[in-house]
Ligand binder design. Structure first.
Ligand SMILES: CC(C)(COP(=O)(O)OP(=O)(O)OC[C@H]1O[C@@H](n2cnc3c(N)ncnc32)[C@H](O)[C@@H]1OP(=O)(O)O)[C@@H](O)C(=O)NCCC(=O)NCCS
Length: 195
């Protein structure tokens, strides 16, 4: 990608747009947060049924702390009159207001269950890394992933994220303890990988 891409909010199969305060995006988040199979992978929060109001509040809370948050959508076929289908959300969070000068942000991604395992996640993360290093001038992108989430670990590792540490046995799930895994990628590592 050149320094001034003509279509900055697109990758091969996907486009990225801001979340809207409208019924369509609201319905998407409601369904996403209602799916425990997604929640138990995307977050370390206690899994429990959430009311419509709680899901609404969760969306607002997450959007308020994000530095950058976009909806991931599938680009319709050329000539099709379909609207881009929303399949997930990807975001970057600042660590804390007084941490800004360190140019380190935390990545999070959630793809709705029916769109997983089709390679959309890595495509969206690559796009976000391009944006992070080329546009936002970040030095480092980091994330945490639960030990049980082997698929996400595999994706991050393939994209060049490096294992940086483990918070041992800090997560309780399914009657046993699991580690929280810390991973990160530096701007020069991303550049060296020819991304
Ligand atoms: C994690 C996530 C972003 C990955 O995106 P994706 O589009 O589903 O990823 P892919 O289609 O490339 O599939 C991931 C790879 O993991 C493999 N995989 C699938 N299930 C797996 C499992 N249970 N264990 C190990 N590997 C698995 C796939 O075969 C694929 O391997 P490949 O690259 O060799 O083909 C997406 O599945 C997702 O949002 N999941 C729910 C929320 C989540 O886990 N977010 C990350 C929190 S840290």
């Amino acid at each position: 990608m050149g320094p001034f891409p003509l279509e900055p909010y697109r990758s091969t199969r996907l486009l990225y747009r801001a979340p809207e305060d409208n019924p369509t995006d609201d319905a998407f988040f409601q369904a996403l947060y209602a799916d425990p199979s997604v929640g138990s992978m995307a977050s370390t929060a206690l899994i429990r049924p959430l009311s419509t109001k709680e899901r609404k509040e969760l969306r607002a809370k997450l959007e308020a702390i994000m530095f950058m948050s976009v909806m991931i959508c599938i680009i319709p076929d050329e000539g099709s009159d379909k609207v881009p289908e929303t399949i997930g959300v990807i975001s970057l969070k600042e660590q804390a207001p007084d941490f800004t000068h360190n140019r380190t942000h935390e990545l999070a991604i959630t793809i709705a269950r029916q769109y997983q395992d089709k390679g959309y996640g890595p495509e969206a993360i690559s796009w976000m890394l391009d944006w992070s290093f080329l546009t936002a001038g970040l030095h480092r992108v980091e994330l945490t992933v639960s030990e049980w989430n082997e698929r996400a670990q595999k994706v991050y590792q393939k994209l060049g994220f490096v294992l940086e540490g483990r918070r041992r046995e800090c997560l309780w799930k399914g009657g046993r303890w699991w580690d929280l895994i810390h991973m990160g990628i530096l701007a020069h590592e991303w550049k060296a990988a020819g991304s």
